[in-house]
Design a protein around this ligand. Structure first.
Ligand SMILES: Cc1ncc(COP(=O)(O)O)c(C=O)c1O
Length: 390
């Protein structure tokens, strides 16, 4: 039994991060100040997008993007069942109906199946939301074509994919809006936080209003006469979804190290691939690879009959594996409210039934990776042998 616990994900905080946060705490602005704009500018510059709008979480950012896309009661939103519930919940917040299409070999939303779902939606499809699952950059070009054919807004849920790229272009440039999360297990963290990047000023303006109660102080946006410098007008419904300066300062400091974070995640994935390519390799399926993969997760697949025992054996050895995800349509709320049932999306369900996410985080050392790989191999070999004796 090792003394060390390896979580499946973990933040990497250094002295610079701490200093950056302390500076803000000792300064004038804890929120709505210059660190927010500074962090937004840094994310816009990193991704190459024209605008970046920060939010208090990735979930709030998704909500903001759905609102900007105009998702309203009676609209449909097409997404993948192999995601965190927040992706499709955001459509429901706006009164939209989530529709799912199955995943492809990439474990991301399948463009052809999505087209079929869009054509048979029975309601206007206001947004299509592919998720770059685990950090594998989804085939966004296929979805751009589909979105323009069906007149939908394309929102990439890139909560797993900050720092991922396709054909040399960083994720964040191609969809109409791209959403990131800064939860501690993600590539960079602000504790809680999220961001939407876009090239559309209209979307950016709508999101800025939405994250701050729907209240504007710009006289040009007033729906009634402007009365003076104290005046403000609430012109639509909104929320308090703002990211603080304290959190933004951490983000500004973290993003400076993002290149190194992504490189280390790729290095860990390469080590896993090496370590798991021999032995009982046929019993452990490795995740699809891509040169621009950002490896938020390293999701392996084992026979569903032994998944639980493998999972428990890894946990018992101090390896904090997780399962990503229970397919969203199988959550009770989705079954009861929308009538989804097991068997609706067989590929996502079959993958989920055997999935285990191995630890991936910047500060893991190579020995940690090799230990996790060896423990997995041993558990699978033992449990597979027991299974075949039955
Ligand atoms: C794919 C996906 N989308 C959205 C979110 C929501 O992000 P947050 O936790 O920052 O609200 C997550 C969070 O893990 C996620 O994995």
């Amino acid at each position: 039994m090792p003394g060390k616990y390896l979580p499946y994900g973990h933040q990497s905080i250094n002295e610079d991060d701490i200093r950056a946060v302390l500076e803000v705490l000792e300064g004038e602005w804890l929120t709505t100040g210059p660190a927010v704009e500074g962090f937004e500018a840094a994310v816009a510059e990193y991704t190459g997008a024209s605008y970046a709008v920060s939010f208090s979480s990735g979930t709030a950012a998704l909500h903001g993007a759905m609102h900007a896309a105009g998702v309203s009661p009676g609209d449909a939103v097409v997404t993948t069942p192999l995601t965190f519930a927040a992706t499709s919940n955001a459509a429901i917040y706006c009164g939209g109906r989530p529709l799912f299409a199955d995943v492809s070999e990439s474990l991301c939303l399948d463009p052809e199946q999505s087209e079929h779902v869009c054509r048979n939606a029975g309601a206007p499809v206001k947004a299509i939301v592919p998720v770059s699952y685990a950090g594998y950059p989804v085939d966004i070009k296929a979805f751009k074509g589909l979105a323009s054919r069906v007149g939908a807004v394309l929102i990439e849920d890139a909560a797993h994919a900050l720092g991922a790229s396709r054909g040399g272009a960083r994720v964040g440039k191609e969809a109409d809006m791209t959403v990131f999360s800064f939860h501690p297990v993600k590539h960079i963290t602000t504790a809680e936080g999220g961001m939407v990047v876009t090239d559309s000023k209209r979307f950016a303006d709508r999101m800025r209003l939405f994250r701050s109660h729907g209240i504007t102080k710009s006289p040009g946006e007033f729906a009634r006469p402007y009365e003076g410098p104290w005046d403000n007008d609430m012109i639509s419904i909104g929320y308090n979804y703002r990211l603080s300066d304290v959190a933004s300062a951490l983000g500004q400091s973290q993003i400076k190290r993002l290149g190194g974070f992504v490189a280390r995640r790729r290095g860990i994935a390469a080590l896993y691939r090496d370590a798991l390519s021999g032995g009982c390799a046929e019993n452990i399926k490795l995740p699809p690879d891509h040169p621009g993969h950002a490896y938020h997760l390293f999701p392996v697949w084992v026979q569903p009959a032994i998944r639980r025992a493998v999972f428990e054996s890894l946990r018992g050895n101090g390896i904090g594996v997780q399962v990503h995800y229970v397919p969203v349509h199988l959550h009770t709320y989705y079954r009861e409210k929308f009538g989804f049932a097991p068997g609706d999306f067989p590929k996502a369900e079959a993958f989920s039934a055997g999935e285990i996410s191995l630890p991936v985080y910047t500060d893991m050392d190579d020995d940690d990776v090799l230990f996790a790989a060896r423990t997995l191999e041993d558990a699978v070999a033992r449990l597979q042998a027991e299974q075949s004796e039955l």
